[in-house]
Design a protein around this ligand. Structure first.
Ligand SMILES: O=P(O)(O)OC[C@H]1O[C@](O)(COP(=O)(O)O)[C@@H](O)[C@@H]1O
Ligand SMILES: [Mg+2]
Ligand SMILES: [Mg+2]
Length: 343
């Protein structure tokens, strides 16, 4: 028996009310663009120089050809799908599309841009919100999301989705190029010994994050009394997928570098959709203090410190914040006063 398709799985939900139907059209439009993008990505330099710099990005890390292609294809498809308004990482302002179906969409057309030119893991992340009238739709807390998802371009092309009834995983069938359901009820294991953080920023972190990571690194010689493992893909879509599959935690905290006072990830089209997916799979997501889904956006491209994953490990990280005994009296390994001063 062939696995249900994405469209087939969503059909009963779409039939329930007009907003679900509008959200379903948007989700299927995104899935169709990503199915086409899979072929484009798989062809690499035979198709185009995907990693070519084609302009400035809002974040200052340069817009790549594939960022631009994905952005244009998604804007066109969402317009045709009747979406009212959208926010894209690649566009400075809210784009009014004029559709009146009742939903608005925020998306990161290409996540993991720094991996494009080296055939690394990349993807697309999206958030579907109720359309409450133009730009205002994007200033609702994340818990107002109708649906959230991502597509990961890897050995398989995976799609993760939540419509608020658990989290499901799909794979793009290489035979007929449609997404088929492979896991109807994803569960993030509550415990883990695997963390993901860009360790090269160690000296810029606050004391809490540094203490947590130092204890991970200390392993059996430290307060955890157990060894840990680390993974960092430089594509949050891929780190999130791994965590949905086998647990773990991801941290992109605020740090002392200029411009990183609120970390690196964007609330509307990275942190909020990932938090919805992770929570629906039994995990947790916060900014170090507040649940991501309770945050109310104040700007469409605002950054937010993002920490998500296995629930018990998130509680452990939160304890580093609430219990100073876990932090005080430490000489940071790599800091001005530390053992390896200037190392
Ligand atoms: O290069 P760094 O500092 O390790 O940051 C990597 C992080 O930045 C991101 O690439 C930002 O997303 P974009 O690629 O969409 O800009 C995340 O996916 C990833 O986790
Ligand atoms: Mg991104
Ligand atoms: Mg991006």
């Amino acid at each position: 028996m062939t696995a249900p398709t994405l469209a087939g799985f969503l059909a009963p939900w779409a039939a329930a009310d007009a907003r679900n139907a509008a959200a379903t059209r948007a989700i299927l439009a995104i899935a169709d663009v990503c199915a086409v993008m899979q072929t484009r990505v798989a062809g690499g330099a035979l198709v185009a120089d995907h990693g070519a710099l084609v302009g400035d990005s809002l974040d200052g890390d340069g817009q790549k050809a594939l960022d631009q292609w994905a952005d244009n294809a998604l804007v066109e498809a969402l317009g045709a799908a009747g979406v009212g308004a959208l926010v894209s990482e690649e566009r400075p302002d809210v784009v009014m599309l004029g559709g009146s179906d009742g939903v608005a969409v925020a998306f990161d057309p290409l996540d993991g841009s720094s991996n494009i030119a080296s055939n690394g893991l990349i993807g697309t992340i999206f958030s579907v919100l109720p359309d409450i009238g133009g730009a205002a739709s994007f200033f609702q807390p994340g818990r107002a999301q109708v649906a959230a998802g991502y597509v990961l371009f890897g050995p398989q092309t995976s799609l993760g989705l939540t419509i608020g009834n658990g989290t499901q995983l799909y794979v793009l069938d290489p035979v007929d190029h449609v997404f088929r359901l492979v896991d109807i009820d994803v569960h993030v294991p509550p415990q883990t010994r695997e963390y993901a953080i860009n360790g090269s920023n160690h000296r810029h972190w606050g004391a809490t994050v540094r203490a947590y990571v130092d204890d991970c690194i200390a392993g059996t010689d430290g307060p955890r009394g157990a060894d840990t493992n680390t993974r960092w893909v430089a594509a949050v879509v891929a780190d999130a997928h791994r965590i949905l599959c086998r647990g773990g935690v991801y941290l992109y905290p605020r740090d002392l570098r200029p411009g990183y006072e609120q970390g690196r990830l964007r609330l509307l089209y990275e942190a909020s959709p990932i938090a919805f997916l992770i929570e629906q799979a039994g995990g947790k997501a916060f900014d170090g203090r507040t649940r991501i889904l309770d945050l109310v956006p104040t700007a469409i491209h605002q950054r937010v410190p993002l920490i998500f994953g296995s629930a018990d490990e998130i509680d452990r990280i939160a304890r580093y914040k609430s219990d100073p005994n876990l932090v005080v009296g430490r000489a940071p390994l790599f800091h001005r006063r530390g053992l390896f001063k200037g190392a």
